[in-house]
Design a protein around this ligand. Structure first.
Ligand code: FE2
Length: 439
């Protein structure tokens, strides 16, 4: 933890830079990856139609407040939640009683004076259960502390939410040491481009292997307790059905009539090298039960269900993907077929590529009647890797300095949901696309 005096000095030193820059402008002094500049300011997530969570790094005892104001309005004042753990270094502000589809400027106040860094911005979602048109971004995989321009590109497009499907950093931590995980978060949030993005666009994030533990990590990772506990401290996550502390991080949320389901495919998974069998699981028993219940309920009550899988779904060979949990993949497909779930699409991380499949290649059920669109929108900042497939709409690997992401526009008239996916690079050029409709 920083000494208090140094922290206040840091805030004061940033005062001049605090006001003029908006999220839409590229921040100056972009530096190469692995050399982040700055320090963690504020980051936003768990947004709903009426609330959200803002997190920031604050040493205890500074009595911070968050002033949350819509244009021309009086500020709402929020105090941080009490610390659960005395070693916690993150202050958590839980916003409530906000209005749907409204922009709020969130200014941190420390010891009665406005803090110096730029305010966070929260745009609340459309009302739950009502048809709404909106766009969201998704992707995964960025070098530790990446300052890639792609993060500015995403911020400029103002998605309702950014789904980050893992490899937030590549620290590959294999020790059960919360300080290592906190340092990894601090490095990532200190990137000027990522910091500005997460201050202005709600983040919905699940880890994959490199940010959960070592490469290809599973539930046996010695780092598991620290990883899952520090996730709860730093990530502005939605409510976690598995509870507090050292537990899985699966979660779900709603925008309009679209249900997003994010699974934890690392911390409960059996070893990949175990021979495939009905008992071998990537989800673990408790999460699988929750997932099936969510799928069933959401498919009945929502127009579209979006499942974020941190690893590729389609494929017959290769490693670290669903193909090595083929019995469980078939079980899930049979469940989807049996319950006639027809409004699901899958978003995948891990593979450093853009790709789309219209449902031709994604069905592993016994009936062979499913058509589940599958979308890939990676990597934010990594060299290319082709995984799984085939993909009906093709693939695109990053070229040169490409930073890649997925962009999804949803148009919902209450009867029919039209989805337009485009896989893009940091110049916002479209490389892969797929349109589909659910009626
Ligand atoms: Fe990755």
């Amino acid at each position: 933890m920083q000494p208090r005096r140094k922290f206040i000095k840091t805030l004061a030193g940033l005062a001049a830079a605090s006001t003029a820059r908006s999220f839409a402008e590229p921040e100056p002094n972009l530096r190469p990856p692995e050399k982040p500049k700055g320090f963690p300011t504020m980051w936003v997530g768990a947004v709903t139609a009426t609330g959200g969570v803002v997190k920031t790094k604050i040493p205890p005892g500074l009595n911070p407040r968050l002033l949350v104001r819509e244009a021309g309005g009086e500020p709402l004042i929020f105090k941080p939640e009490p610390l659960l753990d005395p070693s916690q270094t993150v202050a958590i502000f839980r916003l409530e009683h906000l209005r749907p589809l409204t922009d709020y400027q969130c200014t941190l106040e420390v010891k009665g004076a406005p803090a110096s860094f730029p305010p966070a911005m929260v745009r609340t979602f459309p009302p739950e259960g009502q048809p709404a048109n909106f766009a969201f971004a998704f992707g995964s995989c960025a070098r530790t502390g990446s300052q890639h321009e792609v993060f500015n590109t995403i911020a400029r497009k103002r998605p309702a939410v950014l789904l980050h499907l893992g490899d937030f950093h590549y620290c590959n931590i294999s020790r059960n040491d919360p300080r290592s995980f906190r340092a990894a978060w601090d490095t990532t949030l200190s990137s000027t481009t990522q910091g500005a993005l997460y201050r202005n666009v709600p983040l919905a994030y699940i880890y994959d292997d490199h940010d959960f533990g070592p490469n290809d990590a599973d539930k046996r990772s010695p780092a598991r307790p620290a990883s899952r506990t520090v996730y709860r401290e730093y990530s502005p996550h939605y409510p976690l059905p598995a509870g507090d502390g050292d537990a899985a991080i699966y979660q779900a949320f709603t925008v309009g009539r679209v249900r997003f389901i994010l699974t934890d495919l690392r911390s409960e998974r059996d070893a990949e090298k175990t021979p495939d069998s009905p008992a071998k699981s990537m989800l673990g028993a408790a999460q699988k039960e929750w997932f099936k219940r969510e799928l069933l309920e959401a498919s009945r009550t929502h127009g579209l269900v979006v499942w974020g899988s941190s690893v590729p779904w389609i494929g017959a060979k290769g490693s670290d993907s669903w193909q090595n949990y083929a019995d469980e993949r078939r079980e899930l497909c049979n469940f989807i077929a049996q319950h006639r779930i027809k409004n699901l699409c899958i978003l995948c991380g891990d593979a450093h590529m853009l790709a789309a499949d219209n449902g031709t290649n994604s069905d592993y059920s016994d009936s062979k009647k499913l058509r589940i669109p599958v979308l890939h929108g990676s990597a934010f900042d990594q060299g290319g890797s082709l995984k799984g497939g085939p993909y009906s709409e093709g693939t695109y690997l990053p070229k040169g300095k490409d930073g890649l992401f997925g962009w999804v526009e949803v148009e919902d008239d209450g009867q029919r949901v039209a989805v337009r996916f485009t896989g893009r690079n940091h110049l916002d050029e479209v490389k892969v696309n797929l349109n589909f409709e659910i009626a």
